[in-house]
Design a protein. Structure first.
Ligand SMILES: C[S@@+](CC[C@H](N)C(=O)[O-])C[C@H]1O[C@@H](n2cnc3c(N)ncnc32)[C@H](O)[C@@H]1O
Length: 379
């Protein structure tokens, strides 16, 4: 992503993921520490964090209830703990399939069973799944940093083109990214935390050389904004192109003087008719908070136009997996069958052996004069 003039930052190239832990998990007398996890760590960390966000979870569930008609076929891409899939089943869907690439898929199965609904949970990356039919509703909580971070939007678009019937519903249908230039000395201080730092006489300044290219997560208020928010880009999951690259930009004009420290970025996602998930500085707090993209600090007066360009690199074209698999799919559900003679399922399927040329014995390396061996002996 490129932010403001002169700051070239590949900050959101589809790799930035939300990594914050649940607030309750990192504070308090008893706390969950991911590195000590010996069981269902994801449920106590990442997913607890997500499920605790009532705005996020509540708005998605409402959208599912609004979209799902009795007897619909629904697929939940990235089902996680299975909550949205369960909501779809409760709304009367005939078939609900939850796809989850991690072992939290087991928790989703348990959640469905405990709530007395039928959800078929497949543990697999969506690109590796084949489905025998087309669906009425594709739901996915696929929203990363500033709405576009992570790799799920591309996965949702590929799934849409393969699995959704014409006129089917995608949740979310559209993501709009907003931005505002901000004055925030605290955020700026974080970015410059290495400036002038010495430890035991060792200068650490150089560690800060690239941190201005990071995206940070933070919460802003209208007090930080130097200008009213501007829409920076839109991505359409319902009808937009398969390519998940996004470019956009905007110019914000300051309404007061101050020091520009960077841009706050956030998103609004249209989940269903009249149902918008908002994550801006003036909205109710969510797990996403806002992003902070630093720029070199500079004073600006009121009425100054400040430009932003936003470029999220796509992940490039992929072979359309479902197309080939569908053709020879034979109606089987889900992950491709293990190779003949082995494999316990897709996730554990070994790669086919790669033919290698026969090894030639290596001639002994000539001993160099004056060389030192690993024991420190000079030869
Ligand atoms: C943000 S979480 C949402 C979980 C759940 N749907 C919810 O709303 O609470 C996204 C989930 O999608 C899974 N995931 C991400 N990309 C995936 C893919 N391509 N195929 C299957 N699962 C994926 C992640 O492991 C994670 O559990």
């Amino acid at each position: 992503m490129q932010v403001d003039s002169g700051v070239d930052a590949e900050r959101m190239e589809g790799r930035v993921r939300l990594t914050t832990e649940a607030p309750g998990a990192v504070t308090g007398r008893v706390r969950f520490v991911p590195t000590l996890n010996a069981g269902s760590g994801e449920v106590m960390g990442f997913h607890r964090h997500l499920l605790a966000d009532r705005v996020r979870t509540g708005t998605f569930i409402e959208a599912v209830r609004q979209a799902v008609q009795p007897a619909d076929f629904v697929v939940d891409l990235g089902t996680g703990t299975g909550l949205l899939a369960v909501a779809a089943a409760q709304a009367g869907a005939a078939t609900v399939i939850g796809i989850e690439r991690t072992a939290v898929a087991n928790q989703a199965r348990a959640l469905a069973a405990a709530n007395n609904v039928q959800v078929k949970v497949v543990q697999c990356a969506s690109d590796d799944v084949r489905l025998p039919r087309i669906f009425d509703v594709l739901v996915s909580e696929c929203l990363g940093l500033a709405g576009l971070g992570g790799a799920m939007i591309g996965a949702v678009k590929r799934a849409r083109d393969l699995w959704l019937k014409p006129g089917g519903v995608v949740i979310p249908r559209r993501v709009r990214v907003f931005a505002a230039p901000v004055e925030d000395p605290e955020a700026d201080a974080l970015v410059h935390c290495w400036d002038g730092v010495r430890v035991a006489g060792v200068r650490l300044d150089v560690l800060g050389a690239h941190v201005g290219h990071n995206l940070y997560i933070g919460s802003f208020t209208d007090h930080h904004l130097l200008a009213p928010p501007v829409e920076a880009c839109v991505t359409d999951l319902q009808v937009g192109p398969l390519d998940d690259a996004v470019t956009g930009g905007a110019t914000a004009t300051t309404t007061r003087s101050g020091t520009l420290h960077g841009w706050a970025l956030w998103f609004e996602a249209d989940l269903a008719d009249g149902l918008v998930l908002r994550t801006g500085p003036l909205d109710a707090p969510t797990v996403w908070e806002q992003c902070f993209a630093p720029v070199p600090a500079r004073r600006v007066g009121a009425g100054t136009p400040i430009g932003l360009t936003l470029r999220v690199r796509g992940r490039g074209p992929r072979p359309p997996p479902g197309a080939a698999r569908r053709a020879g799919g034979g109606g089987a559900f889900f992950p491709p069958a293990p190779p003949p003679g082995g494999g316990r399922g897709h996730a554990n399927r070994p790669h086919p052996p790669v033919p290698r040329p026969p090894r030639r014995p290596r001639p002994p390396a000539p001993r160099r004069r004056g060389s030192v061996d690993r024991l420190g002996h000079r030869h």
